[in-house]
Design a protein around this ligand. Structure first.
Ligand code: HEC
Ligand code: HEC
Ligand code: HEC
Ligand code: HEC
Ligand code: HEC
Ligand code: HEC
Ligand code: HEC
Ligand code: HEC
Ligand code: HEC
Ligand code: HEC
Ligand code: HEC
Ligand code: HEC
Ligand code: HEC
Length: 432
């Protein structure tokens, strides 16, 4: 801050003369206001003479305990006598523009730098700003330690909210590791914007200072997904528990595509490597099924789980990404009911009553897929096939649930056909 040059020269000249002449008698004498000089930082304006700012209107000081002094100018103008007026092109702090300097500075001297009234700047700000909020239990380091001025200019700034720098640069000053994320192969478009879209710089109700709970934080921008989740028949439960979206996605940037924390099956196996038991159902340990299977379904072993499942929500049960019947029975041999399977397989394997090519599950030219599924209690594929993988060839299940009974299928693959002896009928054999 510039001081009028003429004044400065005068002041320097007089400072030497007066202080020496008074020999710390006068106002600054020991026992009077000598304590002003005991501080680390002394305002040059007092060394020059108290009358820079005080007018003595009665002689009998100190009888009237200081009441005989008044300020030479309104408090709102006093400091601007020597210090620059606010630059009206900048964002200006009202406390500065209105000359309330002494709510932050001592006019005389102080043990703190810049004549500040407290070492903890936050305590000064707290005189006018409410920063303590008992609901917002997660606090940002520099804010709780009262270092408001590492982010804010106290007087004026070129940035809104008196910020020293704009986000994200402001944040990168300390979170240097976060700047490097901008060079990762995938960077979240939101991360290239402002950190403040997701974080509160001061405090928050939520972990990691996010300004909204998950998944709402993400769904504010991904609102189309929000609508889908609201109306979908099945929502992946993880979205509404634990770390929600960030169980699978990095919020900032990643080496992988789509900001995923792991790719392909690995991602799903971070959780589906165990059973999930609910009172009304148990989800199998898919990792175990796939890795233990002698005959894994190639769609699973070579493909990805997302070949058949949506990761977020679906209008089909089990998050399936196309139509598939629920439970043991299907509504007839219409391939439409099994759209999921026929995304990759030829539907002739089901729809042709007689064929010598379309499927190997036939007795002569009699299509046994058609036979089993076209009947009024048409069987679902899952009554014979274990979709993720099985110990038997053609991913035929060992057992399938029939009510509470795990019914064995006793399937055997033969050179030109196969045989089975399930609970449904006695042992039968087919031959192509
Ligand atoms: C730069 C202007 C300025 C100078 C120079 C100055 N004062 Fe003050 N002084 C003030 C202001 C402003 C207040 C009122 C502070 C407030 O309201 O918080 C004040 C208040 C006081 C008070 C009462 C409250 C307190 O802080 O103790 C005393 C005593 C005082 N000054 C003594 C002095 C003496 C002695 C000198 C000279 C050695 C001096 N002042 C020089 C601006 C100044
Ligand atoms: C009579 C002139 C004069 C007046 C009036 C004046 N100042 Fe100063 N002030 C100075 C000079 C000279 C300096 C030293 C040069 C500088 O740092 O800009 C200074 C420096 C400061 C500093 C910086 C101190 C440091 O440690 O870096 C602060 C803070 C300050 N003044 C606050 C005030 C406040 C608050 C008022 C009003 C109560 C005020 N000044 C009124 C002359 C004045
Ligand atoms: C809200 C608190 C606050 C108010 C009000 C305030 N200051 Fe400051 N001032 C500070 C802080 C904090 C610093 C330390 C510099 C920093 O952190 O950037 C400072 C630094 C200064 C400095 C030294 C550095 C510089 O910018 O030259 C001067 C001089 C100064 N203030 C004068 C004033 C004057 C004059 C007023 C009133 C017109 C005033 N201040 C009002 C908080 C305040
Ligand atoms: C003497 C009272 C006072 C003190 C002390 C004070 N402020 Fe303020 N501050 C105000 C007023 C008045 C406003 C304008 C009204 C508002 O936004 O609340 C304001 C506004 C602000 C704003 C918003 C500016 C904008 O452009 O929207 C910020 C940021 C701010 N203050 C930070 C601080 C910080 C940091 C401190 C401590 C270094 C501090 N204030 C100390 C009175 C004060
Ligand atoms: C880590 C940096 C940082 C620290 C430390 C910090 N702030 Fe802020 N503050 C910000 C940012 C960024 C904004 C702007 C928020 C926005 O625009 O959403 C802000 C906004 C504000 C506002 C304006 C609020 C509004 O809604 O207009 C005030 C007042 C404020 N801060 C006061 C403080 C006080 C007081 C402290 C110290 C206790 C402090 N800040 C510490 C970064 C910080
Ligand atoms: C002055 C340095 C500083 C600045 C500037 C700063 N931070 Fe911080 N931040 C910290 C410190 C220190 C911590 C606490 C570190 C810890 O606990 O590991 C922290 C913690 C955090 C955390 C929580 C981390 C955790 O593990 O709980 C988030 C989120 C955060 N900062 C975001 C931001 C954002 C956003 C900005 C910009 C608006 C920002 N920070 C600016 C110093 C800073
Ligand atoms: C799209 C929203 C979003 C944006 C934008 C964002 N973050 Fe985050 N950030 C989060 C979420 C969510 C978490 C918590 C992650 C978790 O729980 O694993 C987080 C965690 C953090 C953490 C603590 C954990 C860690 O990774 O170190 C820091 C620090 C952080 N963010 C800083 C920043 C900074 C700096 C920016 C701006 C450059 C930023 N964030 C932008 C959402 C965001
Ligand atoms: C401020 C708005 C905003 C917020 C908040 C936000 N995003 Fe985004 N996100 C975008 C934009 C813009 C894109 C790029 C366009 C698109 O794909 O929709 C994007 C893209 C994505 C992508 C695809 C990235 C790619 O490269 O394919 C994922 C995944 C994502 N966001 C996840 C999240 C998660 C998780 C959260 C919550 C932690 C979140 N987003 C919060 C704006 C946001
Ligand atoms: C179980 C893991 C998982 C969870 C939880 C998850 N995602 Fe995803 N997300 C994925 C996978 C896998 C993809 C890639 C899909 C693909 O490539 O076919 C993806 C893709 C995306 C995409 C880009 C493509 C698209 O579908 O628009 C966005 C945006 C996205 N997710 C946002 C979110 C948001 C927001 C949340 C929280 C509401 C969330 N994700 C929760 C796994 C997950
Ligand atoms: C070829 C399509 C397909 C692929 C690929 C696939 N699934 Fe499935 N998944 C299904 C079908 C169909 C069901 C319903 C099975 C049923 O009704 O018994 C299912 C059911 C599930 C279930 C419900 C649990 C249960 O007990 O049956 C989970 C969990 C699951 N899959 C996870 C995965 C994971 C993880 C992957 C990747 C390793 C994966 N799926 C790959 C088709 C597939
Ligand atoms: C962070 C953990 C986590 C990850 C990663 C994860 N899931 Fe899940 N998944 C769950 C939880 C929790 C459930 C619900 C379990 C329950 O019902 O108790 C679930 C349920 C499911 C279901 C049954 C849905 C229903 O309610 O009908 C399927 C299917 C499924 N997950 C597939 C996947 C696929 C495919 C992936 C990879 C894209 C994946 N999961 C990744 C945690 C996860
Ligand atoms: C994403 C593509 C894809 C989907 C969807 C898919 N499969 Fe497959 N399936 C394959 C591939 C690839 C193979 C290995 C090549 C082959 O035998 O056709 C295979 C093999 C099979 C085999 C074993 C063939 C053999 O003789 O060993 C059966 C049985 C099977 N799938 C049943 C199903 C069922 C039932 C569904 C629906 C729930 C389904 N598939 C959905 C891709 C898929
Ligand atoms: C009654 C048990 C049974 C049902 C129900 C069943 N399959 Fe099969 N499927 C078999 C047998 C047994 C084979 C092995 C034929 C062979 O190679 O000997 C087979 C083979 C297959 C093959 C390998 C190619 C072929 O046709 O030979 C595919 C693909 C297939 N089934 C898909 C399905 C689909 C999709 C469904 C549901 C629409 C389904 N299966 C229902 C028993 C069944």
């Amino acid at each position: 801050m510039k001081i009028q040059t003429g004044y400065l020269i005068l002041l320097l000249g007089f400072a030497v003369i007066t202080i020496q002449a008074q020999e710390k008698k006068g106002c600054l004498a020991d026992g009077c206001h000598g304590d002003f000089l005991q501080m680390e930082d002394i305002h040059p304006a007092i060394e020059d003479g108290c009358d820079n700012c005080h007018d003595q209107s009665y002689d009998n000081h100190p009888d009237r305990k200081g009441k005989e002094f008044k300020l030479t100018d309104d408090l709102s103008a006093l400091c601007f006598d020597c210090h620059d007026e606010p630059d009206d092109k900048m964002v200006t702090h009202e406390a500065f523009a209105s000359g309330e300097c002494v709510s932050c500075h001592s006019p005389h001297s102080s043990d703190n730098p810049y004549l500040l009234l407290s070492e903890n700047v936050g305590e000064l700000c707290a005189k006018c700003h409410e920063i303590e909020n008992s609901e917002r239990v997660v606090k940002h380091g520099p804010t709780v330690s009262g270092q408001c001025n590492v982010c804010h200019e106290p007087h004026q700034s070129v940035n809104a909210k008196l910020l020293k720098e704009k986000s994200p640069q402001l944040c990168f000053n300390c979170h240097t590791d976060k700047e490097k994320l901008l060079t990762m192969p995938t960077v979240h478009a939101a991360y290239e914007g402002s950190c403040l879209d997701c974080h509160d710089p001061h405090d928050s109700k939520y972990k990691y200072l996010v300004n909204e709970k998950l998944p709402d934080l993400c769904l504010e921008c991904h609102d189309d997904m929000g609508d889908e989740i609201k109306t979908a028949q099945t929502v992946h439960k993880i979205i509404n528990i634990d770390k929600s979206c960030v169980s699978c996605h990095f919020p900032h940037a990643s080496e992988t595509k789509t900001l995923l924390i792991a790719e392909g099956k690995k991602l799903c196996f971070t959780c589906h490597n165990k059973e999930y038991k609910d009172p009304d159902r148990t989800l199998k340990n898919i990792y175990k099924i796939v890795t233990k299977a002698k005959y894994p379904h190639e769609a699973v072993s070579k493909g990805e789980c997302t070949g058949c499942h949506f990761p977020h929500s679906s209008d089909n049960f089990y998050l399936l990404n196309a139509k598939f019947p629920f439970g043991s029975y299907a509504g007839g041999a219409d391939p439409e009911n099994f759209a999921l399977c026929f995304k990759c397989h030829n539907s002739d394997a089901l729809s042709l009553e007689r064929t010598t090519k379309a499927t190997n599950f036939r007795n002569g030219d009699k299509n046994l897929h058609y036979l089993h599924i076209s009947k009024n209690k048409g069987r679902n594929c899952t009554l014979c096939h274990s979709v993720h993988g099985a110990k038997k060839p053609h991913i035929i299940a060992n057992t399938v649930p029939f009510g509470k009974w795990q019914m064995p299928l006793n399937y055997k693959a033969l050179e030109d056909g196969g045989s089975c002896a399930p609970g449904c009928h006695g042992k039968l054999e087919y031959k192509r």
